[in-house]
Design a protein around this ligand. Structure first.
Ligand code: ATP
Length: 215
């Protein structure tokens, strides 16, 4: 079977703030999966966690700054232009309609994020719109029993070529460079008046300083 579709990656998150764990994973995925590009998609109103104190427009601005010089990475701020909870399935469907027939879609998430995927709005339809790429993340394992584990086992494939043979429907698990960085840790450092330098881009840190975020 020949390659038919150019895969586009989508990494959703609160990005509160964006850091090198997100950025390095995103770039490595673009290279190893030969993605057309990858979109970091900041969530406006997270359906499954408390709304971040940091406004969505600031979180998106930091993502824009972080990817400005990297042609393979883009900020997709569509969730900021919708009201109500930011459901991933709605964003994927909108993107699917925009991209046309030439592309497949890959929803990317850390293996921490997949553990509760069965609580997501219309979760069983995600694989009808996109492939799913799971990233190993230090300190987290994939579930090994239960509904999500069964769903993973049923849809997981090891052959990466599926993401260009079909537009949706495959789960891949990728072990990239492990970077034990979290936004929670960065916020705690900043709140304690400590430096977060080298955990995230200087431009993002400058923005945090200018806007007096995470005080
Ligand atoms: P928080 O600490 O506030 O929960 P976070 O650092 O986990 O934030 P999110 O914006 O929630 O960042 O993450 C967006 C996506 O990126 C999620 O799917 C998450 O699993 C993944 N991710 C975040 N940090 C890493 C990392 N260091 N390595 C791999 N994946 C990551």
């Amino acid at each position: 079977m020949s390659d038919q579709f150019a895969p586009v990656g989508v990494l959703g998150g609160t990005f509160n703030p964006v850091h090198y764990g997100h950025l390095r994973s995103a770039l490595e995925l673009v290279e190893c999966l030969q993605l057309d590009h990858l979109r970091l998609m900041p969530c406006a109103i997270p359906p499954h966690r408390a709304a971040p104190d940091c406004p969505a427009h600031d979180r998106a601005a930091m993502v824009e700054l972080a990817v400005a010089d990297e042609p393979g990475l883009h900020c997709d701020d569509r969730e900021l232009h919708r009201s109500g909870p930011s459901y991933t399935i709605d964003s994927l469907e909108a993107l699917r309609a925009e991209l046309g027939d030439r592309h497949s879609l890959c929803l990317v998430m850390g293996c921490d994020a997949v553990r509760k995927i069965d609580t997501w709005h219309r979760w069983e339809e995600l694989l009808s719109v996109a492939h799913i790429v799971l990233l190993a993340r230090p300190g987290w394992q994939l579930p090994d029993a239960g509904l999500v584990a069964d769903w993973l086992a049923e849809n997981r494939r090891s052959d990466r070529s599926w993401i260009r043979r079909q537009r949706h429907g495959t789960i891949l698990v990728e072990e990239l460079r492990p970077l034990a960085i979290s936004a929670t840790e960065i916020r705690h450092l900043l709140q304690a008046g400590r430096s977060a330098r080298y955990l995230l881009p200087d431009r993002v840190l400058d923005y945090i300083e200018q806007q007096q975020l995470y005080r």
